[in-house]
Design a protein around this ligand. Structure first.
Ligand code: FPP
Length: 277
C-alpha cells in the first residue's frame, strides 16, 4: 500500500503500539470511512445535553485522526453532518454543530499541521453558512501542502444527492461533447463523484451499534468491509481504530471473486453432479 507521509509509530500510546504490533503493515487499508454515531446517547447516559456529546465527539475526531496519521493511513473520511441532519434536526442543534465545526477548525488546524494532516470536505458545502465555509476554506488552504493523512469531512452530505450531482455533471458533459448514453462507464460516474480523487474505502466503521449505512458513500462502499462497534463515538479512540483494522485484516476480501476452495478446471467441475430439483 501507499504510505501517507512518514510513519510515526513511536508516537502511538503503549496500548496502541501493542495492537499495531499485531497488524500486517503491508496490508493496511488505504481508506477508512467512519459513520460517527452515538453522541446523543453518550450525553443522555450521563444526563447531559446532546450538545456536550457532540463536543466530546469532536475530541474523538482529532484523536482518531492523529492515530491515523501516525500509522500512515492515507485517507480517513468522517461523516460529520448529513443532509438529513441538516433538514431534520432542531435548528438549535444544527446551529450548535456549525459553531462546533468552526471552533474545531480554529482550535485544531495547528495540530493538523503538527501531524502533517490535510483537511478536505465532501458534500453540498455551498449550502452551509458562509462564515462556516470561510473557516473551512481557511483550514483546507492552510493544510493543503501536508502530505500525510487526508482527513475528509462529509458535511451536508448524502450519498444519493452526491449521485444526483454526479449524474447532472456527467449529463452536461455528455451533451457538450455529444457522447451517446450507451458509452457511459462506471469510470465516468466515478470521475464526477465528490470522491473522484481518492480510492474507495476498504473499511467502513460505524459506532454505536446500528446496522445501517445511512446514505453514506453509497457508490464507494461497494466492496468495503463493514465493522460495527457498540462503542459510542465520543468513547472511540485511536486504539479502537487499530482494533477495527486488525479485524479487517482477519477477513478475506474477494471483490466478487473466489477464495481458496476453487474448482480449477471444467473437468473437475464435471465430476460434481448437478442436482437441482
Ligand atoms: C451522531 O450522533 C453524530 C453526528 C450528528 C455527526 C457527528 C458530529 C460530530 C462528531 C461532532 C462534530 C464534528 C466535527 C468534525 C467538529 P447522534 O446525535 O446522532 O447520536 P445519537 O444517535 O446517539 O442521538
Amino acid at each position: 500500500m501507499q504510505h501517507a507521509g512518514t510513519l510515526r509509530i513511536h508516537e502511538l500510546t503503549p496500548e496502541e503500539r501493542a495492537v499495531y504490533a499485531t497488524l500486517k503493515p503491508e496490508s493496511l487499508p488505504e481508506h477508512v470511512a467512519i459513520i460517527m454515531d452515538g453522541n446523543g446517547r453518550w450525553a443522555g447516559r450521563r444526563s447531559l445535553k446532546r450538545f456536550l456529546g457532540h463536543q466530546q465527539g469532536a475530541k474523538s475526531v482529532q484523536l482518531v485522526t492523529e492515530t491515523a496519521s501516525r500509522i500512515g493511513l492515507p485517507w480517513l473520511t468522517l461523516y460529520a453532518f448529513s443532509l438529513e441532519n441538516n433538514l431534520r434536526r432542531p435548528k438549535a442543534e444544527v446551529n450548535f454543530l456549525m459553531r462546533l465545526l468552526k471552533s474545531y477548525l480554529e482550535g485544531n488546524v495547528q495540530r493538523m499541521m503538527d501531524n502533517n494532516v490535510r483537511i478536505r470536505y465532501i458534500g453540498r458545502i455551498h449550502e452551509l453558512p458562509s462564515e462556516v465555509q470561510d473557516k473551512m476554506q481557511w483550514a483546507a488552504e492552510t493544510t493543503a501542502a501536508n502530505t500525510g493523512t487526508t482527513l475528509t469531512l462529509a458535511l451536508n452530505y448524502g450519498g444519493r444527492s452526491e449521485m444526483v450531482d454526479a449524474f447532472r455533471a456527467l449529463a452536461a458533459e455528455m451533451r457538450q461533447k455529444h457522447i451517446p448514453s450507451s458509452h457511459i462507464t462506471e469510470e465516468d460516474i466515478h470521475r464526477h463523484l465528490y470522491t473522484a480523487h481518492m480510492p474507495d474505502p476498504d473499511l467502513l466503521i460505524r459506532t454505536s451499534g446500528e446496522m445501517r449505512i445511512s446514505n453514506y458513500l453509497l457508490w464507494q462502499i461497494a466492496y468495503a468491509e463493514i465493522f460495527v462497534t457498540d462503542r459510542l463515538w465520543p468513547d472511540f479512540r485511536g486504539i479502537h481504530l487499530l482494533e477495527a483494522i486488525a479485524d479487517f485484516q482477519r477477513r478475506e476480501r474477494r471483490f466478487g471473486g473466489l477464495g481458496d476452495n476453487v474448482l480449477h478446471t471444467d473437468e473437475e467441475a464435471d465430476r460434481y453432479k448437478i442436482a437441482v430439483s
